[in-house]
Design a protein around this ligand. Structure first.
Ligand code: NAD
Length: 301
């Protein structure tokens, strides 16, 4: 295919996702504010542009993978200092935002897109940086059927499971439910592994047992928080890369905001938010969220 795709945001997730599009044969015009993030994708054959506006030049599809709602809204709708990309994109362009942002923010983008005759999908992902690199992400898509039809081959170049969650914002709604559960699972799994270690168990042995027992979960299978138990996970490289504690905290904020708005009780989600906030306040916001196990560790004897 000779389709051009603009890709904005080349961080831990966006970088490997953009590279998979290059591998699938798309022409990728990439941009990130961070030069080293740009260099990583240039090496793999993406074309790096000088600005987001230059990246979307001639592209049929625009994909974004940015930290939070405010970055995505500033990119497309503009800010005090710069106009947004929606002003100036040719009619009919498909915009796919893969960042995890507020459902209300995704709906706002979709409505603004409609005014500019653009198709807009929210398509947040799950699967972590390993899933991004392997092209096995799960996409949770909100928006119109036709737009998803147009996006499908592109999404399939980066992911394995593509779900239509519902209308605009529904992808984000699914994502914040999933991540609230992941936040809780990471803390619960860390507690169990710490308790096991204080009982004298080898964490690798304990993880092997629990993985195939009733406590089995994604954290034990793919993302063990104890250094040295699993290769290729953040815990085994000083909690670098991966999914930042502050990004998890952002997602829990979105979940709690939604819970308050709908009067849904989420007691463990609320507790998890407090625990990651304390971890971040202790200076760990930039480390992978699995480092939260350090907050729960028994110190001394
Ligand atoms: P990251 O911090 O590694 O990357 C974000 C990138 O966006 C950075 O390179 C930054 O320089 C760039 N950026 C910020 N503002 C920009 C702008 N205006 N223009 C261009 N580039 C800009 O974050 P990440 O881990 O890649 O996560 C991205 C999104 O995906 C977040 O919403 C996160 O919650 C979500 N997510 C992350 C994971 C994960 O495991 N890391 C998994 C699923 C979803």
């Amino acid at each position: 295919t000779d389709k051009s795709i603009a890709f904005i945001g080349l961080g831990n997730m966006g970088g490997p996702m953009a590279i998979n599009l290059v591998k699938a044969g798309f022409r990728v015009q990439a941009f990130d504010l961070d030069a080293s993030a740009c260099d990583r994708v240039t090496e793999q054959g993406a074309h790096v542009a000088d600005s987001a506006r230059a990246a979307v030049e001639g592209a049929e599809i625009v994909i974004s993978m940015l930290p939070a709602s405010r970055h995505v809204e500033a990119l497309y709708l503009g800010s005090d200092t710069a106009p947004g990309l929606f002003d100036g994109l040719p009619v009919g362009i498909l915009v796919i935002d893969c960042s995890t942002i507020a459902p209300a923010s995704a709906q706002k983008l979709a409505a603004a897109g409609k005014l500019h005759s653009l198709e807009v999908l929210d398509a947040p992902v799950s699967g972590g940086t390993a899933g991004a690199a392997a092209g096995t992400l799960t996409f949770m898509v909100g928006g119109e059927n036709d737009a998803l039809g147009r996006a499908r081959t592109v999404l399939e170049s980066m992911g394995k499971n593509i779900f239509h969650a519902g209308d605009a914002g529904a992808g984000q709604a699914a994502k914040l439910c999933n991540n609230m559960l992941l936040a809780i699972l990471m803390i619960g799994t860390s507690e169990a592994l710490n308790l096991g270690q204080s009982l004298g168990l080898d964490p690798t042995v304990l993880a092997g047992i629990m993985k195939v027992s009733s406590g089995g979960n994604w954290v034990l299978e793919k993302y063990n928080p104890v250094p040295g138990v699993m290769e290729g996970v953040p815990a085994s490289r000083g909690y670098s890369g991966g999914f930042g504690t502050d990004l998890m905290l952002k997602d829990l904020g979105l979940a709690l905001e939604a819970a308050i708005a709908t009067r849904a009780p989420v007691p463990l989600g609320g507790l998890a938010e407090s625990i990651y906030a304390a971890h971040s306040a202790a200076g760990k916001g930039g480390l992978d969220f699995s480092s939260v196990i350090g907050l729960l560790e028994r110190r001394g004897s």
